[in-house]
Write a protein that binds this ligand. Structure first.
Ligand code: FAD
Length: 365
């Protein structure tokens, strides 16, 4: 049986950031990826927004990792020429009933260390975003957009420069915990059994399944799996917006918001629906509800200008009616397995936080 120092399961943006960090700290890293390319799941199906860190509950891992993650990411992008833009975002209340929700953001943002939110006057709002109908709004100048594929390519390149190896088409099918390491059964065209000193399970939507397939990880520590799909529509006309526009968030997610990609194309979404399996199929019946949600803040939206974009699936570990989970990291303290770190529920802002998550994992592995 081949022995490895360290296996990272999953080559999404988080797994690649972790592999980079571990390789840079001198570990011998192999990244095991089920698909025949890296970053084809959630890391390729998101809003590509660099979040400021406004919304997350005080003291949560999301709050703790988003702000330093965002700062590190801007610096990383500048130093490594990853395409990004600090475009800014405006969070808007469209009517008086949304004002309370809006006002809560400033206090929450400040508690999270985001001290640059600025209340906009109605004159400023009109000047800055004339297409948006609202009664009040905040500017978040540190929100940005990023080329997530370029970021992953950069993480992978640096990891490989430090000796890491990416094994594509190498699904982890199962394994077992032994006294001197963790054995993984790897499938694909060239199946193999490897024994690893350390393992990081960063398998996104499949993380709980992968953990369940490894004998010796106590079942009681593995959270359940839930999936929540989000659809994106694109606007076929020129952008009427200058920044990202977010309505006041819903309890479960951020609402159908406006993002602009680095090519200047406007995307609306994602919406939110629980589903029971991973299926990225686009449901075109969403159109009616998208027109309605968007016209709430962009009344000039013309019929026939929305075009189906793509979908992404949120890796949830709490279900309908339950509070939204935090990023969840299990190390030896949680599951009793030395050299194992499992990551669950790494939904938004996982892309923004990827460098901070990698630091956290490396420090706690
Ligand atoms: C709709 C949506 C919008 C989002 N928008 C934003 C945003 O604007 N900003 C932001 O910061 N975050 C955003 N996020 C969150 C962000 O996209 C994720 O946190 C991040 O992409 C997660 O990366 P990951 O590496 O954990 O998972 P993934 O990208 O899903 O990667 C997991 C990898 O594991 C592999 N894998 C699975 N099972 C196995 C196995 N058995 N063996 C080997 N490999 C396996 C998969 O093939 C996959 O490549 C959004 C998420 C969603 C769903």
């Amino acid at each position: 049986m081949e022995t490895l120092d360290c296996a990272v399961i999953g080559a999404g943006v988080v797994g690649l950031a972790i592999a980079r960090k571990l390789a840079m700290s001198g570990r011998d890293v192999v990244i095991l990826e089920a698909e025949d390319a890296f970053g084809t799941h959630t890391s390729a199906r998101n809003s590509e927004v660099i979040h400021a860190g406004i919304y997350y509950a005080s003291g949560s891992m999301k709050a703790k990792l988003c702000v330093p993650g965002r700062q590190a990411l801007y610096q990383y992008c500048a130093e490594h020429n990853v395409h990004h833009q600090r475009i800014g975002k405006v969070i808007v209340a469209c009517d008086e009933t949304e004002l309370t929700g809006l006002k809560k953001y400033k206090a929450q943002a400040e508690a999270n260390g985001v001290d640059d939110l600025r209340m906009l006057t109605s004159v400023e709002l009109k000047e800055m975003e004339p297409a948006v109908r609202c009664v009040a709004g905040f500017l978040s100048p540190s929100t940005g957009i990023i080329d997530s594929h370029g970021l992953m390519l950069s993480y992978l390149g640096e990891a490989e420069d430090r000796g890491a190896m990416l094994a594509l088409s190498s699904p982890v099918l199962g394994g077992r915990v032994e006294s001197d390491g963790i054995v993984l059964e790897v499938g694909g065209k060239e199946p193999m059994t490897v024994k690893c000193r350390s393992v990081v399970i960063s398998a996104g939507l499949k993380a709980p399944d992968v953990a369940r397939s490894i004998a010796g990880i106590p079942a009681a520590t593995i959270p359940p799996t839930y999936y929540a799909i989000g659809h994106y529509y694109t606007l076929t006309t020129k952008s009427p917006f200058n920044r990202l526009i977010y309505p006041v968030a819903r309890p479960d997610w951020l609402g159908v918001h406006v993002t602009i990609d680095l090519g200047g194309r406007v995307k609306f979404g994602p919406d939110f629906e629980w589903i029971d399996r991973i299926d990225y199929q686009f449901d075109q019946r969403r159109e009616v509800s998208f027109y309605k949600a968007i016209r709430h803040y962009f009344p000039a939206l013309q019929d026939g200008t929305l075009q189906p974009g793509y979908t992404g699936i949120r890796p949830r570990i709490t279900g309908p009616g339950e509070p939204v989970q935090d990023f969840t990291f299990h190390g030896e303290k949680e599951h009793g397995v030395k050299g194992l770190m499992t990551l669950y529920g790494i939904e938004s802002p996982g892309l923004t936080s990827s460098l901070a998550i990698a630091d956290y994992v490396a420090d706690n592995l």
